[in-house]
Design a protein around this ligand. Structure first.
Ligand code: GLN
Length: 473
């Protein structure tokens, strides 16, 4: 097997020289990234391999996670030239574990999107069919892992941005419980929704990477001080007696028949392995997308106010020549620096938060968010996990939804509630459509029950070969 195809646990177990792996990944990028365009830039190569549980393992990082003295742009023109003065906590943790920071990956600008088409640097292509999107917004990370351009990767998930691209690219993507992983140094999109998580070739690597990045951080007041278990202990092939909930609101019209069939078969496999299942109801599901687009854009408009040409990145050249005062400089920089979708989100969010509309939109959305959270609390009284498709369809064509933001927003219909409720979710490969495009199975659990996700995902993965398929590039 080629070294660029190895998982982290194989590299560790077989004591493969990680420097050789890095070399092989660099060669792979040189040969396929012209087509995939997942990688924005390589990190400087460290002379020595660090010691620790991920000793020397090359890790790709979504370009919204701060790496000290290394360009970090959120794939936005407005952060041109920005080099953070500190490492994000997840990056410090990776360094402490001996991991090798390998490359920064493409994304939708500021993580606004589901297709990685909203990048200042141009779209990433799905390795399974380069006329299609890899999903988003962590499309660069998902495509890089899928195409053998990175051993494992970090992404961020605000409404599905780890799980949906994992599903489209045939890899494993985990959004941890809100508060499980520090957000310190993650450039904020929706601060009450964002989580960093692993994108990996299989479930075991996901557990290995979560072990390293999880945990309380005094620098993030929303990180939670609960013990981090050893997640690799949950890699057991055993779901006997486990209760799976199937939410009836998720198996609706509009979901692709092939996707539905693949998920039904996955549920059957888990039943055969000893799990029980029952239909459940999450009655407020239909409000998830509108609620999310109020909460997420409101938070985004406030978070993006800091990008004004003063402290970070771009100061518009036009501004330098023409402006006469500070306000003009802000305008010129923001006009030149933000892309179309970022501007749309800033306007939507500013509107929802403005005096006179706040109660009707933002406040109301917060109330509905509580109802959505309660749906899950209620469901988890009688089931251990919930299974759904990750996305209603397989990967769509590049350009197919760019002119129709609403249909783009709907592609996250199954992933968004998870973030609103703060619960953990994982997407694992569960089949292919006739177009030879991957299908993802989503498993959700109670807050801080990532162990349940790993147990169910691992049991399923052990019974199938989907995760071993590789795109031909
Ligand atoms: N696609 C969703 C959005 O556009 C989610 C993005 C994300 O999780 N970062 O907001």
């Amino acid at each position: 097997m080629n070294l660029h195809e190895l998982t982290a646990h194989q590299i560790i177990k077989d004591k493969v020289n990680p420097r050789e792996v890095r070399k092989s990944l660099e060669e792979r990028i040189a040969s396929v990234d012209k087509k995939v365009k997942a990688v924005l830039r390589l990190c400087p190569d460290e002379a020595e391999v660090g010691k620790g549980v991920l000793s020397g393992i090359p890790i790709a990082t979504k370009d919204n996670i701060c790496i000290k003295d290394n360009l970090t742009t959120c794939a936005s023109h407005i952060l041109d030239g920005f080099k953070p003065p500190y490492d994000a906590t997840v990056i410090s943790k990776l360094r402490n574990a001996g991991a090798s920071l390998f490359c920064s990956t493409n994304m939708d600008e500021f993580a606004f999107g589901s297709s990685t088409e909203n990048s200042f640097y141009g779209p990433t292509h799905n390795p399974w069919d380069t006329t299609r999107v890899p999903g988003g917004s962590s499309g660069g990370s998902a495509a890089a892992v899928s195409a053998g351009e990175a051993t494992m990767a970090l992404g961020s998930d605000t409404g599905g941005s780890i799980r949906q691209p994992a599903s489209f690219c045939g890899v494993v993507g985990l959004k941890p419980t809100y508060g499980r992983v520090s957000r310190y140094g993650l450039i904020a999109f929706g601060s009450s929704l964002d989580q960093i998580g692993p994108l990996t070739k299989d479930v075991e690597d996901s557990a290995l990477l979560l072990n390293v990045i999880a945990g309380y951080d005094p620098n993030d007041s929303t990180s939670v001080d609960v013990l981090v278990p050893d997640y690799t202990k949950s890699l057991v092939k055993d779901v006997k007696g486990l209760k799976i909930g199937i939410p009836k609101e998720y198996f609706i019209e509009g979901i692709d028949k092939e996707v539905k069939d693949a998920v039904d078969q996955a549920i059957n496999l888990l039943k055969k392995s000893g799990a029980d299942y029952k239909e459940i109801s999450l009655p407020h599901t239909e409000y998830a997308v509108p609620t999310y687009y109020i909460v997420a854009t409101s938070e985004a408009s406030s978070n993006l106010a800091r990008f004004d040409g003063v402290q970070y990145g771009l100061r518009s050249k036009a501004a330098k020549k023409e402006v006469s005062d500070l306000i003009d400089m802000y305008f010129a920089t923001r006009e030149a620096g933000f892309g179309k979708e970022a501007k749309r989100r800033i306007m939507l969010g500013t509107y929802a938060l403005s005096a006179g509309y706040y109660e009707a939109y933002y406040l109301r959305a917060l109330k509905v968010r509580t109802l959505i959270k309660r749906d899950f609390d209620e469901a988890f009284k009688s089931v251990d996990c919930i299974i759904t498709p990750t996305s209603p369809t397989d990967a769509f064509k590049i350009g197919e939804k760019t002119e129709d933001p609403l249909s783009m927003y709907l592609s996250d219909i199954f992933t968004i509630s998870t973030n609103l409720a703060g619960i953990p979710g994982i997407s694992i490969p569960c089949g292919f459509t006739k177009n030879n495009l991957p299908i993802g199975l989503q498993i959700l659990a109670k807050p801080f029950a990532e162990e349940t996700l790993f147990r169910v995902a691992y049991t399923y993965e052990q019974g199938t070969e989907w995760h071993k398929q590789k795109p031909k590039l």
